[in-house]
Ligand binder design. Structure first.
Ligand code: UDX
Ligand code: UDX
Length: 437
């Protein structure tokens, strides 16, 4: 059992702290957001993550997990402190490290016993050394035995607990092997490969992994755009490709492209780092451009199908950046709604989990309680997030409710041929444009 402190109770910090508690450690989770902490103390989750509410309750009841806004309480006699605060994009794409700095300085101010400081947040290559400098400078010569370890997270929102408990690998980087081994002990029970390397390499593994996954998606989207012009079906192409063990089937779903709080930020940050270090990230630039264009291509199709977008009623199904989360950060739906509203369209929308966030983000959005309310009276229906509950809608009813039976399936969730038989004009992504074979 280790005394652990996790600073930042966001999508990553809260899951990380709770799972470490579930493995038997004593965990204190700190956040500077009073509301968030008081909600957590009352068993109210600040985020939607399947299974999290129950796991938090179990571990709070067992006395292994506590929440606080009080730094001294959080860091006193802790052996390992995880920094999991936000690292949002700065003005030209670089990661903003102000919150990492304030966490490191708080540790420097309050800790006098040996401690391992772990960067869990995604931070630019070189940040581990920088955190060590921040702590040293803040101590101003007062001795402190500490080491910095990079331990990037590979949690997907919506499956974060499973991804924590069944990781493909754990990555640890440090200048001090002993410190890395100490953190590795926390993960031994998960029986997965543990990669121990230096700080910069560990930090780069995280960025390179996310950038590669984003590249796969932009690749299949570029192939999809060719398929539309050449009469092929990108879903079948992906299936045929994915059976090659060297390629594999995952992250080859063409659609509106990638969003969320990680890919957009991390790909931009990596490209920014490359430029700062004198290399030209031409592939990453293309990956980002293809991704941006996926939303615009949908607008062009809709504008053409509707003969213009001004004063059109358009229904959007799904707002979160992907299913099983309420997170709308950089969600394709958000960009689509902005682009449509800029051309004078009126938007109705529904999402199983993200409605609260949507209401705050889009005051002019008509929020509906279910997909059928969205379909009522609209000129087109856009699927932006492939929630399970959208898989088998009653399309007879939808056809009656819509003003015009035009469907834009942004995630290739539905059977285009079937919908055409039911009288819809169906547009997928990377599939034959409506009416063509
Ligand atoms: C964050 C990073 O954004 C991401 O790059 C990294 O991979 C994992 O950690 P996330 O958990 O989604 O991702 O961040 P967010 O949901 O924004 O939560 C960050 C939390 O840190 C917030 O609750 C915020 O209140 C808290 N915080 C922020 C602190 O506790 N202290 C601070 O000084 C600043
Ligand atoms: C990602 C990484 O998967 C995870 O390892 C890292 O720690 C954080 O970033 P996340 O952003 O939660 O996780 O979601 P993910 O499931 O990776 O999807 C990212 C985006 O790609 C979503 O917008 C999703 O809609 C999109 N996507 C995913 C595609 O467009 N096509 C695909 O085939 C897969």
């Amino acid at each position: 059992m280790t005394k652990i402190c996790v600073i930042g109770t966001g999508y990553v910090g809260l899951v990380t702290g709770t799972c470490f508690a579930d493995l038997g450690n004593d965990v204190v989770c700190l956040d500077v957001d009073e509301t968030r902490i008081s909600k957590l103390k009352n068993g109210i989750m600040p985020i939607y993550e399947p299974g999290l509410e129950q796991l938090v309750a179990q571990n709070v009841r067992a006395g292994r997990l506590v929440f606080t806004t009080n730094y001294p309480d959080a860091v006193k006699d802790t052996e390992i402190a995880f920094i999991a605060v936000g690292t949002p994009s700065g003005v030209d794409g670089e990661a903003d490290l102000q919150y990492v700095r304030s966490a490191a300085e708080a540790i420097a101010d309050l800790v006098d016993t040996p401690i391992i400081v772990v960067n869990k947040s995604t931070v630019p290559v070189g940040t581990g050394d920088w955190v060590a400098d921040v702590i040293k400078k803040r101590r101003g010569g007062k001795p402190l035995e500490f080491h910095v370890v990079s331990n990037p997270e590979f949690l997907r929102e919506g499956s974060a607990i499973n991804d924590f408990m069944n990781p493909d690998r754990v990555v640890l980087g440090s200048t001090e092997r002993e410190a890395a081994n100490k953190v590795a002990e926390l993960y031994l029970t998960l029986r997965c490969p543990i990669v121990v390397t230096d700080l910069r390499t560990a930090e780069m593994i995280k960025y390179a992994s996310n950038a590669f996954l984003a590249t796969r998606i932009s690749f299949i989207n570029e192939i999809g755009n060719m398929c539309e012009e050449m009469g092929a079906d990108v879903k079948e192409v992906a299936r045929g490709m994915g059976l090659d063990k060297r390629i594999g089937p995952s992250f080859l779903d063409a659609g509106l492209g990638w969003g969320g709080s990680c890919f957009p930020k991390d790909v931009k940050a990596l490209a920014h780092m490359a430029v700062l270090h004198g290399t030209h990230p031409q592939l990453l630039q293309a990956v980002m451009e293809i991704n941006r264009n996926q939303r615009r291509r949908v607008i062009v199709k809709l504008r053409k199908a509707l003969g213009g977008l001004n004063d059109r009623e358009i229904g959007v199904l799904g707002l979160a950046f992907k299913p099983n989360t309420d997170d709308m950060r950089e969600a394709p739906a958000v960009e689509l709604i902005h682009l449509l509203q800029n051309e004078g369209a009126h938007i109705k929308a529904y999402d199983p989990q993200a409605m609260e966030n949507a209401g705050q983000m889009f005051p002019r959005l008509t929020l509906c309680n279910n997909p059928y309310e969205v379909a009522e009276g609209v000129d087109a229906l856009v699927l932006a997030t492939e929630w399970n509950e959208f898989k088998q809608l009653d399309f007879e009813r939808i056809h009656e409710l819509m003003r015009q039976p035009i469907i834009m399936d942004g995630r290739n969730l539905w059977d285009g041929d079937r919908l055409r038989e039911q009288g819809f004009t169906y547009y997928g992504v990377g599939r034959a444009v409506n009416g063509q074979d």
